[in-house]
Design a binder for this molecule. Structure first.
Ligand code: OAD
Length: 283
């Protein structure tokens, strides 16, 4: 029953259009794949980040600390590989289609991404369950301030230099100063959720409520293997809700699978469901 040809809207596509029209509350659950067309690599595809930087070493705070002490140049390479694409990325057609969806139906975005692209596209209700590079918090997670793209760009430039030459650790610490450091009253860090951390609050509590109350969940560009976030689609299914997967590979999360890049599938889906004539939010 899967529509496996991205060029041809199949029966799954037609049903997904109907489901979208019928839904009163939609939750979009997004992962790295939605930002792939903005130039940000995913984690687990063949050219993914975890291929080059094993998660056992780079996805935990203690692992990062060890790299800082013993291999600062390699840590600078990792951070550069993560941050450079984010600093230059712009929302793609998929982010914009989701922002448009908000004009037609009650929509919440639950994202595992830390790139801020949903908000940049105009989505208003975004749960960042794995945190954000743009939100700086204290060691215990108290919000301190927001940083902008220009701050990230500066960090990236300095990281580029810290990868090579002498005094790598010193240069690395100087490069990441807008993100990480010791202030007068507290230690600051980005609000990122790494492996072993609890998910970001209050976003995670809200995301679970969204999964309880939506009638349709669109699962976009995620392998769904990282828990507990990956438990949300099964939870929607478990209470009789509808789940549609949008991904070039079927990750098995939904009853329907729309095969293809999110930047092609999502705009087509939103257009087919609402076109231009239903631009007002439904009551
Ligand atoms: P993954 O790299 O695990 O999965 C990316 C998904 O995107 C795969 O299902 C791809 O098929 C799909 N994909 C690739 N290109 C796409 C495109 N153009 N359009 C739509 N889909 C596309 O990334 P996530 O599922 O987001 O967490 O990973 C989840 C978490 O694992 C991340 O938040 C991060 C990582 O470790 C932490 O670090 C805590």
């Amino acid at each position: 029953m899967n529509s496996a040809d991205p060029g041809e809207p199949g029966p799954d596509f037609e049903r997904a259009v109907q489901w979208l029209r019928q839904s009163r509350r939609v939750a979009v659950f997004s992962g790295a794949g939605i930002s792939a067309e903005s130039g940000i690599p995913t984690f687990r595809d063949t050219d993914g980040l975890w291929e080059r930087f094993p998660p056992a070493e780079y996805a935990y705070w203690p692992g990062l600390l060890r790299k800082m002490l013993f291999r600062p140049g390699r840590l600078a390479e990792f951070l550069h590989a993560v941050l450079e694409p984010i600093a230059v990325a712009r929302p793609n057609a998929a982010h914009h289609a989701i922002a448009r969806l908000e004009k037609h139906t009650d929509t919440t975005v639950i994202t595992q991404n830390v790139d801020g692209l949903h908000q940049e596209a105009g989505s208003l209700r975004v749960r960042e369950v794995h945190g954000s590079f743009y939100k700086i918090v204290s060691l215990r997670g108290r919000f301190l301030r927001r940083i902008g793209k220009e701050d990230l760009t500066r960090v990236v430039e300095r990281l580029g230099r810290a990868r090579r030459g002498l005094f790598k650790r010193f240069r690395l610490l100087r490069a990441v100063r807008p993100l990480v450091g010791v202030g007068l009253v507290s230690v600051r860090r980005p609000s990122l959720v790494l492996f072993g951390d609890a998910l970001a609050e209050p976003d995670w509590t809200w995301a679970q409520q969204d999964a309880e109350s939506c009638d349709l969940m669109l699962v976009v560009g995620t392998s769904g293997v990282v828990w507990p976030a990956g438990l949300l689609p099964p939870r929607v299914l478990g209470r009789g809700g509808r789940v549609v997967t949008i991904d070039p590979h079927d990750q098995g999360a939904g009853q329907l699978w729309l095969c293809g890049p999110a930047g092609e599938v999502l705009p087509r889906l939103v257009d087919a469901a609402f076109g231009d004539s239903t631009a007002e939010r439904r009551t």
